[in-house]
Design a protein around this ligand. Structure first.
Ligand SMILES: [Zn+2]
Length: 232
């Protein structure tokens, strides 16, 4: 059975994200009273996301039964750790249990991520980023984005799943395509073809990813296979 993976927020997630948006003076947040008056067990689906600013994503949320939308700016990190919502082909919707995902939450006690506490992983990450960007000549391997502040070094197999910080487990992607890749909206085959899933559009016609100059830096089939072994 095919399905797409999206995200949703519990009331607690929404409250934390909204408080953070207000505190960080982000452009879009919901009214406090609106959030406070929500049912305790509400699940708010993320309808769409837009890249908004550096390290920030604008969520378009379906905030009521009528399908009205609300906008909320969150950090990319927070977005990534929201619980999943699975939409199956037959119309079924399944919400990932929040309790299971609590361990990967980045902001314990509702506090924002502090880079100073995370010096070591941040440095390691930026080293990985430097190497991947260099291998891909600082260009998104899907589209033409070359602006460094919009480029990400994405792991094919995520670090939490045991993926190494090696160039051949990495891809240079712009922010939009990183999110799309992360959500499985397109796939990269072992022959480096790009396969778009269902209605999602990359915003560009692309058959193959742009590969690094050095063959040793090409994504390894093993990692591409492993990534998709999880999604059936
Ligand atoms: Zn791109």
């Amino acid at each position: 059975m095919n399905y797409t993976v999206e995200k949703y927020l519990t009331k607690k997630d929404l409250k934390e994200a909204n408080d953070a948006a207000v505190r960080e003076k982000r452009n879009r947040a919901l009214a406090d009273e609106f959030v406070d008056n929500l049912d305790e067990d509400i699940k708010i689906p993320v309808w769409k996301i837009m890249y908004h600013a550096k390290n920030e994503i604008r969520l378009m949320l379906i905030i009521n039964q009528e399908g009205d939308l609300g906008f909320l700016d969150v950090s990319i990190l927070r977005y990534k750790t929201l619980p999943n919502l699975y939409k199956y082909d037959d119309g079924r919707i399944e919400f990932e249990n929040r309790v299971k995902t609590d361990s990967k939450r980045p902001y314990p006690n509702g506090r924002e991520w502090k880079e100073s506490i995370e010096k070591k992983p941040v440095r390691k990450q930026s080293n990985f980023r430097d190497r991947v960007l260099k291998a891909y000549n600082s260009e998104c391997c899907i589209c033409d984005v070359k602006e460094k502040s919009l480029l990400r070094a994405a792991h094919i197999v995520a670090v939490v799943d045991g993926g190494p910080d090696t160039i051949n487990n990495g891809l240079c992607l712009c922010v939009n395509h990183e999110i799309a890749f992360d959500r499985g909206l397109f796939r990269i085959t072992e022959t480096f073809n790009v396969e778009v899933i269902s209605k999602f559009q990359l915003g560009i016609e692309v058959k193959k990813i742009k590969l690094p100059y050095d063959k040793n830096d090409y994504p390894i089939s093993k990692y591409l296979k492993e990534k998709y072994a999880r999604i059936v």
